[in-house]
Design a protein around this ligand. Structure first.
Ligand SMILES: Nc1ncnc2c1ncn2[C@@H]1O[C@H](COP(=O)(O)OP(=O)(O)O)[C@@H](O)[C@H]1O
Ligand SMILES: O=P(O)(O)O[C@H]1O[C@H](CO)[C@@H](O[C@H]2O[C@H](CO)[C@@H](O)[C@H](O)[C@H]2O)[C@H](O)[C@H]1O
Length: 536
């Protein structure tokens, strides 16, 4: 562990230049790189600028520096990360990842730790939310807001959630989940905005109940969301793992029954069908209730969109029409994204698995065709409405809860700016996200289970046909409910156009996500893009 010596006491630590330099250069860089939530691991970082003047006296005897760290990249782009810290004399029973460094002060020595690992800090946060306090911080104050449904417990027990996530969640009394945002934005986080709206102002009940939030407020500046508390959703895991299991069972049944491709008709792509009109064979190979689950997820998805569509007065939520400004925004963003992906593919080409190289080369050869497809968007022919949507909708964002589905995590697409995430978009974009996710889950099952013992190409083909059946049933329930409830998604040709357009967009987005986060998975979006191009 790194030790730093300071000539100033903890209360004046940021005035000690030696500390600031050593802490920034030899502690923070190494610490952040090890954090799951630090998203700039692969980026070339020019410098870190920690802001240490935001002192919060969270109890009579202790305080924390609510450290906000500007990460300046060589591209000049800057991200801000949140790492509240406290000083402690001991680190008994704390995990190693909570400790940033040892610190020798003039009169004592101890450790700087991530404050979220400190029980007193966590308890103080909860009590501040419960009592709706507004302590001063820097040139502003912290606003601890209490949700209507938060009740005072007799005693507070807390721990950190042990989950793969981009932020850090504190669990209180196994009842409340407080997500502390690690990447900060100069505006209210859409996750907080949408969760609070759905929970307190809409009829939609399949998203978590809002329990409170923490916001840094300053006169003349945009709000900065630091945390969102929700009621815990009792659940049996996420829909991603749920469907992986179902897919595996399906492939094993295909093997057991000796099903061949001739037995599995190709349902027309994206034509909505009632489950009973899907060829019987798809009901035979999938586990009981499979298409019922698809129908239920489609219903919850459309209900979410109806709730977001209903708003008439709050301009953050009221629907908008397609227009020239939106089209310019969309095309600029997607063309930039495509160039970024082609560049990433080229730079990472040699690291790709063999199959990935073949498909990557094909995608690169088709660059002009792809660009043209992106440009093929004309708002004049679109009559439906744009609304606030989930924006990063996939099976991992859905919890399976007592035979139902609950939709979470409204932060939006991780790569987008905060303002881009709030742009109203066609709700069909979420449907496209979910379709990509079903596609992913089928291909991931094939990749992860060589023990199924059938040729991969055959299983890919089975996956493709099952995907068509899933999409048809989902679309049936989604569009039917949308039409019944006057959710303005347009007539069928418009739905079809937007669906295909956004599926393509999402696959291109995913190419970047996989190349940056888990290159061994890049074959899945590559396959997705090639399939879409070949279907044309
Ligand atoms: N309200 C909740 N109830 C139960 N589990 C939750 C709740 N919120 C989050 N989780 C769990 O925590 C995981 C991460 O949550 P998420 O909001 O996606 O965090 P992040 O934005 O940090 O990735 C979820 O997949 C889910 O398992
Ligand atoms: O971290 P987030 O959940 O906000 O979303 C990001 O990570 C997702 C992966 O965890 C990524 O989703 C992609 O992989 C999923 C399977 O792991 C798949 O179901 C999705 O369809 C696919 O997009 C998501 O794109 C990214 O934003």
């Amino acid at each position: 562990m790194k030790w730093i010596h300071s000539l100033k006491p903890w209360a004046e630590i940021w005035q000690c230049e030696r500390f600031t330099t050593e802490f920034t250069q030899s502690v923070l860089v190494a610490y952040l790189t090890e954090c799951r939530w630090f998203g700039s691991k692969n980026a070339a970082v020019k410098r870190l600028v920690p802001r240490g003047d935001l002192r919060w006296n969270f109890s009579d005897s202790r305080f924390s520096y609510l450290m906000m760290i500007d990460v300046v990249h060589y591209t000049a782009h800057t991200d801000t990360y949140f790492l509240p810290i406290v000083f402690r004399a001991d680190i008994d029973e704390l995990p190693q990842k909570s400790v940033l460094c040892g610190l020798e002060l003039p009169e004592t020595k101890g450790y700087i730790i991530d404050a979220l690992y400190d029980t007193d800090f966590r308890e103080a946060v909860f009590l501040h939310i419960l009592k709706e306090k507004d302590p001063p911080i820097g040139n502003g104050h912290l606003r601890f807001e209490k949700g209507k449904k938060l009740n005072a417990p007799e005693a507070i027990e807390s721990h950190l959630l042990n989950a793969e996530q981009s932020n850090t969640t504190i669990v209180y009394n196994e009842l409340y989940y407080l997500k502390i945002y690690r990447k900060l934005f100069r505006d209210t986080n859409p996750d907080l905005e949408i969760t609070r709206y759905l929970s307190e102002e809409s009829f939609f009940v399949n998203s978590p109940v809002y329990a409170g939030s923490i916001t840094w407020k300053r006169e003349g500046y945009f709000d900065v969301s630091l945390g969102l508390m929700q009621q815990k959703v009792e659940n049996q895991g996420d829909a991603w793992n749920y469907f992986l299991q179902k897919n595996l069972q399906t492939f094993l049944t295909v093997k057991e029954l000796g099903i061949g491709l001739n037995d599995l008709p190709k349902v027309p792509l994206y034509k909505s069908e009632k489950p009973e009109d899907i060829p019987q064979i798809f009901h035979q190979i999938t586990p009981p209730g499979f298409f019922g689950d698809i129908a239920l997820l489609a219903r919850r998805t459309v209900e979410l969109h109806i709730a977001l569509f209903r708003e008439k007065t709050n301009r953050n939520f009221s629907p908008s029409q397609f227009n020239q400004d939106y089209q310019v925004w969309l095309l600029n963003r997607l063309l930039y994204q495509l160039d970024n992906r082609l560049n990433l593919l080229e730079m990472n080409f040699d690291r790709l698995p063999e199959q990935g190289k073949v498909w990557a080369a094909e995608v690169m050869r088709n660059a002009e065709h792809i660009r043209n497809r992106i440009l093929n968007f004309d708002y004049h022919s679109l009559n439906s409405m744009r609304i606030r949507i989930h924006g990063d909708y996939h099976l991992g964002q859905v919890l399976v809860s007592g035979g139902d589905f609950v939709i979470l995590d409204f932060e939006g697409e991780p790569e987008s700016t905060i303002r881009d995430r709030k742009v109203k978009q066609p709700p069909i974009k979420d449907v496209a996200g979910m379709f990509r996710s079903f596609h992913y889950s089928l291909f991931a099952t094939v990749f992860n289970h060589p023990e199924i013992g059938l040729p991969q190409e055959f299983l890919f083909e089975v996956a493709g046909r099952l995907y068509r059946a899933i999409a048809s049933v989902f679309l049936h329930f989604y569009t039917w409910q949308a039409f019944e409830n006057n959710l303005d998604i347009g007539y069928r040709p418009e739905v079809d156009f937007l669906l295909r357009y956004h599926i393509f967009e999402k696959a291109i987005y995913e190419l970047g996500y996989e190349l940056n986060s888990r290159p061994e998975w890049v074959v899945i979006p590559l396959k997705g893009i090639m399939q879409i191009l070949n279907n044309d």
